[in-house]
Design a protein. Structure first.
Length: 132
């Protein structure tokens, strides 16, 4: 089950490759594995005005919200997020383990103020969610 999305926001690049610059991040969609054991988000990062290579650690930006305990961090990633070329873009995926019994997940995006997006794999929809 795959849900197209267009979640766009800006974050600062990783401190690992100074200077920090604004990056534009797009979540292009989410896919749930057949067995429900994982959700994979498709992500694209644009370096915009960067003068040289820059980096982003998606594990600091994305989490799955868990209302009963600690949030879930990404289990794995694809894509060269550690070396984004100047004025370039990198596309990749971020995979989170999930409870197969859950039919929806809430993606937490850690911009300076956290934002939340609920992905419902039964209805094949996503929406910005209010939490708290």
């Amino acid at each position: 089950a795959s849900i197209p999305a267009a979640i766009i926001f800006q974050v600062s690049s990783s401190e690992a490759l100074p200077p920090q610059v604004p990056l534009t991040v797009t979540v292009e969609g989410a896919e749930r594995l057949e067995d429900g054991a994982a959700v994979i988000f498709r992500v694209k990062v644009f370096s915009g005005d960067a003068k040289g290579y820059t980096a982003l650690d998606p594990r600091t930006v994305f989490e799955l919200l868990n209302l009963e305990g600690d949030n879930t961090k990404a289990a794995s990633m694809t894509g060269s997020f550690t070396s984004i070329p100047a004025k370039g873009a990198v596309t990749g995926t971020i995979t989170f383990p999930t409870n197969p019994e859950r039919r929806s997940v809430i993606l937490q995006v850690n911009t300076p103020e956290p934002r939340f997006y609920e992905f419902d794999f039964d209805k094949q929809t996503y929406r910005q969610a209010e939490v708290g």
